[in-house]
Design a protein around this ligand. Structure first.
Ligand SMILES: Cc1cc2nc3c(=O)[nH]c(=O)nc-3n(C[C@H](O)[C@H](O)[C@H](O)COP(=O)(O)OP(=O)(O)OC[C@H]3O[C@@H](n4cnc5c(N)ncnc54)[C@H](O)[C@@H]3O)c2cc1C
Length: 387
């Protein structure tokens, strides 16, 4: 595949590609097979400073924007890895950076930048209310100088590979607020102080090697200074973080998409059946070409979302659309790649089946496709609310 010679991120990409080349396909295959966490890779990323990309220089980070962070995530996936092991630190960072107090930033950011602490988890989803976030039942009740947390969360990722977690909980009952998005608050939870002392973590075995958990809160106490921003305004802060999350995951899907196109093209050129490379058949060429065009188009929306986010402009529409376009195009590319490989698409040693499972997740998380479509229909096109 030809690369864009005018790419302004060429230098950044080259650095990432060099780091990723130390972690070849066999490394990721082995991690997937053993269902373990890629510690060596995440350590290497941290030592190179990439995990602190979004932290301003005054707190020990590189002070880069979401655009550069998205290129980092894209390159990991484009080189055969999976950013899902570490992307949480990038999008969770924004909730703290944009809404945390100066004291919180001084306390945590330099330690996150140095790699001493990881901020990889965010707890929003609940088992009974699902996507209907504002109906969440987890409560945080102020008692003296502490908040007491009770409730349950589900699908909360990387808890066992994080020191800190951002938690969204209801501080004012739904019946007592004017708008359902009010009365929710964001907290920074120190996981070492919480696990076993009011927080119980139960892993959920799942389709991909993605560490994700059920969380049970039973009178977990957290100090009041761990409230992020103003009480009751947490939903707004989380939405900002979610826009960053959607945009970064769009970039990861784009990385996956290019990986699938690369592998499909390579295999189609090499594999000879009926005395000719299978890539000579239009039935093989066209699905790959179509997926490639979709990825390129999604990429434009991803850069637009990044640009708006970095300029502190509203970007909800672009972040959602980028995530949807990128996730559907990477899925299209995944299918084209698997089909091109025929039976070998199912063999672990080709890595297609692993990436196929990994990219499938992004149709569902961090937000399912239906919910993006209804957001665009209602909030952008002005159609009636459907639910
Ligand atoms: C591996 C993994 C990791 C995750 N990590 C995290 C994490 O770290 N933190 C976190 O907070 N969450 C996490 N999630 C949760 C994820 O964000 C949710 O699973 C996702 O948003 C969908 O919510 P749900 O599973 O509750 O589905 P539901 O809300 O129960 O919906 C089920 C299906 O019904 C559809 N649906 C629901 N309502 C409507 C409607 N009105 N119109 C049309 N269709 C509708 C949905 O689109 C979906 O397809 C993770 C999930 C997975 C699978």
């Amino acid at each position: 595949m030809k690369h864009d010679a005018n790419d302004p991120y060429r230098e950044l990409r080259d650095s990432l590609r060099s780091l990723c080349s130390e972690f070849p396909d066999e490394y990721w295959r082995q991690i997937d097979h053993a269902r373990t966490y890629p510690e060596a890779f995440v350590d290497s990323l941290t030592k190179a400073g990439w995990m602190a990309a979004l932290i301003p220089e005054e707190y020990g980070g590189s002070g880069l924007g979401l655009t550069e962070a998205s290129v980092i995530m894209e390159e990991i996936n484009r080189n055969g890895g999976n950013s899902g092991f570490c992307h949480g630190q990038m999008y969770n960072m924004n909730t703290l950076l944009r809404n945390g107090s100066e004291a919180q930033k001084r306390l945590y950011l330099p330690r996150i930048a140095s790699g001493e602490l990881r901020l990889q988890s965010m707890a929003v989803t609940e088992p009974t209310t699902g996507t209907d976030t504002t109906k969440m039942r987890t409560t945080a009740v102020k008692k003296g100088d502490r908040y007491v947390i009770n409730g349950q969360k589900v699908w909360i990722s990387r808890v066992q590979h994080s020191d800190l977690m951002i938690l969204l909980a209801r501080t004012t009952p739904l019946a007592d607020v004017k708008k359902k998005s009010e009365g929710l608050s964001c907290f920074l939870v120190n996981l070492h102080d919480a696990i076993g002392k009011g927080l119980d973590v139960r892993p959920i075995p799942n389709m991909v090697n993605h560490e994700t958990n059920e969380l049970f809160f039973d009178n977990l106490e957290i100090p009041e200074e761990n409230l992020i921003g103003e009480e009751g305004q947490g939903f707004k802060y989380i939405l900002d973080g979610l826009n960053a999350e959607r945009t970064l995951i769009a970039a990861e899907c784009i990385g996956d998409g290019y990986w699938f196109v690369d592998r499909a093209t390579r295999y189609a050129n090499d594999r000879v059946v009926f005395d000719r490379p299978i890539g000579k058949n239009q039935g093989i060429q066209f699905p790959i070409a179509e997926a490639y065009m979709d990825i390129r188009a999604a990429d434009l929306m991803r850069y637009r979302a990044c640009e708006l986010f970095d300029a502190h402009q509203p970007c909800g529409a672009e972040a959602n659309m980028a995530k949807h376009l990128a996730a559907t195009s990477s899925w299209k590319a995944a299918n084209a790649c698997l089909q091109t490989h025929g039976g070998f698409g199912f063999a672990c040693e080709y890595d297609v089946e692993r990436k196929f499972r990994e990219t499938r997740l992004y149709q569902v998380a961090p937000i399912s496709t239906n919910l993006i479509l209804s957001y665009v229909a209602e909030h952008i096109l002005g159609l009636p609310r459907s639910f």
